[in-house]
Design a binder for this molecule. Structure first.
Ligand SMILES: Nc1ncnc2c1ncn2[C@@H]1O[C@H](COP(=O)(O)OP(=O)(O)OP(=O)(O)O)[C@@H](O)[C@H]1O
Ligand SMILES: [Mg+2]
Length: 335
């Protein structure tokens, strides 16, 4: 098999924020890769560090409050210490992002058409006439009908769903090598959502674009992703192919997130599992597994030591003491 080329390599990324209440450890040492042409899904409950991870890749966190450690390499280039002007060359043309909150990232003072236009002119040497054509085509392809009108509108004149489509248009217009999409379709109706997801799929097929897809919607990752990272309290607790995660989840948190997987011993009429309790406070994290308090299989070791990472398959890794050879065997996690 051909070796997959790694486009993005994140090594031991740690991100913390200095706040009035203390240091918030939002991302606590995560490592992962994205290969060329691969779609990587990132899932996890609210507050687990998905957006912070995405924003650190593009260095969009406020340097005065965010402390970032670890190594980020893009296309074999160590971009960890890139300055803002060095990052400018990468943002948009190489790596682009669809933000969770479109209004905060569209420029409120600039008409939609000009925002797309600007992005395009900045990175590509096309004539203005050609650029306008490309912009209108892009607006069409993200499901906007009256493109000439929308071209001349300001962001606040458009609905949330429209804004989100524009964001996706801006992110795609320079044909980036890596697209980071943070909840790209959350506020959209199902039809438009499907349309935009298929647009992203097209781009991936045509240009071999890599995608990091952050979402709460497990249906979306199941459809789009090749591989999935499951995050909990700033860490990756499990990673694997879509098949590994959906059919052979090994972390009790993943299982809880997926809802119930049928248990032979319970027969029919089983209730869906729900995740009781809340994620831990990310200030003053205790040692041990962050999920232990909510885990029905929690052991003494879980409160005392950070679980090791166990390899359960070629691309399947899980950080849970249940995988240790001396742990009690629980059929659904050890089979
Ligand atoms: N600028 C900031 N200052 C302080 N804390 C922050 C800041 N940005 C994020 N955090 C904290 O970091 C943690 C991770 O936040 P993040 O936005 O990455 O979560 P998320 O997984 O994207 O959640 P959601 O699914 O709700 O979008 C949260 O506890 C959040 O409160
Ligand atoms: Mg988020």
């Amino acid at each position: 098999m051909m070796r997959k080329e790694k486009l993005l390599e994140i090594n031991n990324l740690e991100v913390s924020f200095l706040t009035d209440f203390g240091k918030v450890n939002a991302v606590r040492g995560i490592s992962f890769n994205v290969s060329t042409g691969e779609t990587l899904g990132i899932v996890g409950e609210s507050g687990c560090g998905k957006s912070v991870t995405a924003l650190s890749i593009l260095k969009l966190l406020e340097p005065s409050s965010a402390e970032i450690e670890g190594k980020i390499a893009y296309n074999q280039m160590n971009i960890t210490n890139f300055t803002d002007s060095e990052m400018e060359k990468i943002r948009g043309a190489e790596i682009s992002m669809v933000f969770q909150d479109p209004m905060s990232s569209l420029n409120p003072t600039m008409k939609i058409g000009h925002q797309l236009f600007d992005t395009l002119i900045k990175h590509e040497k096309s004539s203005r006439k050609e650029a306008k054509k490309t912009v209108l085509k892009m607006l069409e392809s993200v499901g906007i009908n009256d493109v000439e009108t929308v071209f001349n509108k300001y962001p606040h004149e458009l609905s949330g769903g429209m804004q989100q489509r524009i964001m996706i248009g801006i992110a795609l217009i320079c044909k980036p090598k890596l697209l980071i999409a943070d909840e790209p379709t959350t506020s959209l109706d199902v039809t438009i959502q499907a349309q935009l997801l298929s647009l992203m799929k097209d781009l991936k097929n045509k240009l071999n674009t890599s995608i990091i897809l952050i979402t709460h919607d497990l249906g979306v990752v199941a459809n789009m992703a090749d591989r999935i990272l499951v995050m909990y309290a700033g860490k990756i607790v499990e990673s694997g192919t879509v098949e590994d995660i959906f059919y052979h989840p090994k972390h009790p948190y993943t299982v809880a997130l997926l809802g119930a997987i049928p248990r032979m011993d319970l027969g029919f009429n089983q209730k869906l599992l729900e995740i009781k309790g809340y994620p831990p406070d990310l200030i003053d994290m205790k040692p041990g597994c962050a999920f232990a308090k909510r885990c029905m299989y929690s052991m003494v070791i879980c409160d005392e030591a950070e679980p090791l990472v166990f390899e359960c398959g070629d691309e399947h890794f899980v950080s849970c003491w249940l995988q240790h050879e001396y742990s009690p065997k629980i059929e659904k996690y050890n089979s």
